[in-house]
Design a binder for this molecule. Structure first.
Ligand code: APR
Ligand code: PHB
Length: 388
């Protein structure tokens, strides 16, 4: 098997890259180890920056997003039983975000790719990237129990944190933080109790109210790292959400049947560089952010837009200049998102060893965001997205 760009992984990064390349007239093959059902139902954050929406629209992948996506002009910060709204357009010169689940982004991109007959192979596991720094790199993969090879001009590892592509970079350097807490997330069949996302800092730990649609709520609780989702009963989850989200006014949390429960570990991670010879990394394969800033998907989109542009530039001009700066170009944006996600995480979560001094500092930070236009704008600019 032979193609121009061999893409490992059909998450948002791999799927969007295949779409952008198809639109530019560059052929690719996507190899995905899981089945289509799995990829289309994996729950992840679904906050799209304006730049991400613009990219999906320009790629012809936003028809349903434009119909069903919910524009959000702010978030609520909740602390010390008070509520403070961060008004994005007012603080950023008009920017906002769109709530549209990542599962739906993947479904839309998969449907487009398959409709064009683009090679998208599910149940196909990449085993290794070979000759990454030679003129014709290869991906060794297994499909139906048989090992085969995909010969490529370029290989792109869009295979997430646990993938195989990164291992083919011999002299990489990694930067990492793990956090002593995780998120217990639920999906519930109940309309969201607030029309915008609520990020709550509480002495018992962080809580987040989010949504998937006008009928489905998505909620999270900070729990100790290593928590088993089934160790929490539904009643215990609702009672803890009530405590952490409670306010001095008459706001109440609506309950409904919980349809899904899972625990997400929290990590910050960057691998440098994001390129070795003709192998490129994009998305979670190269970097992880904790979910607090909802940056993961948006960063992946930034990477593949940068890469598609660089590959198109080389095809059109013969110049590898943009491929040569791919890693550095992406990493500048990645580190801004790492910083933003780390700061937002540290401001809102309660570390197990937190002392009253740190509690007071967290509250002072939140009061600063609420009371200063400059501090509010810093949060709003980071949340709505750093420009490409
Ligand atoms: N062979 C083939 N496919 C693989 C292999 C492999 N060896 N290893 C991993 N994969 C697939 C996974 O099954 C997954 O579908 O690669 C895909 C990686 O997708 P994501 O983990 O979603 O990563 P990415 O596309 O970079 O996502 C970027 O979206 O899904 C979120 O948390 C993610 O926020 C991040 C953003
Ligand atoms: C979600 O809806 O799953 C979500 C929203 C915002 C976040 C993280 C997750 O910061």
């Amino acid at each position: 098997m032979r193609t121009t760009v061999g893409i490992i992984g059909a998450g948002p990064a791999g799927l969007l890259l295949a779409r952008l390349l198809h639109n530019a007239g560059i052929d690719s093959v996507v190899l995905e180890s899981h089945d289509r059902e799995y990829v289309e139902h994996r729950q992840r954050a679904g906050i799209l920056e304006q730049g991400t929406v613009d990219v999906l629209r320009a790629a012809g992948a936003a028809e349903r997003l434009d119909r069903e996506g919910l524009r959000h002009d702010g978030i609520e910060l909740r602390y010390a039983r008070t509520r403070h709204r961060v008004d994005f357009p007012a603080l950023t010169g008009g920017r906002s975000v769109t709530v549209y689940a990542q599962t739906e982004v993947c479904k839309d991109l998969i449907a487009l790719q398959l409709a064009d007959g683009g090679p998208l192979l599910f149940d196909t596991e990449a085993l290794a990237v070979e000759d990454a720094d030679g003129p014709s790199p290869r991906v060794r993969f297994r499909r139906d129990g048989v090992e085969e090879t995909l010969e490529c001009a370029y290989v792109v590892g869009c295979d997430g944190f646990w993938g195989v592509a990164r291992r083919a970079i011999p002299d990489g350097r990694t930067f990492e933080r793990t956090y002593p807490y995780s998120w217990l997330g639920i999906l519930a069949d109940v309309p969201p109790s607030h029309d915008e996302l609520v990020y709550a800092r509480h002495d018992r730990g962080f809580a987040l109210l989010s949504m998937r649609s006008p009928a489905v709520s998505r909620l999270y609780l900070q729990v100790p790292a290593g928590t088993d989702a089934d160790s929490w009963t539904d009643d215990e989850i609702w009672a803890e959400l009530d405590r952490r989200l409670e306010t001095d006014d008459d706001w109440t949390l609506q309950r409904g049947p919980i349809t899904q429960k899972s625990v997400t570990p929290m990590r910050s991670y960057v691998h440098e560089p994001m390129r070795h010879g003709r192998l490129f990394l994009a998305g979670d394969a190269a970097h992880i952010v904790p979910p607090t800033g909802a940056k993961g998907l948006n960063l992946a989109v930034g990477d593949v837009v940068t890469l598609a542009r660089a590959l198109t530039h080389e095809r059109d001009t013969g110049s590898p200049a943009l491929l040569d700066t791919y890693s550095a170009d992406c990493l500048r944006r990645v580190w801004q998102a790492e910083r933003f996600s780390y700061d937002m995480t540290s401001t809102l979560h309660r570390a197990p060893d937190a002392d009253p001094f740190e509690d007071r500092l967290q509250l002072a930070r939140l009061e600063r965001i609420a009371g200063s236009r400059a501090a509010g704008a810093e949060l709003a600019e980071g949340y709505t997205g750093f420009p490409y």
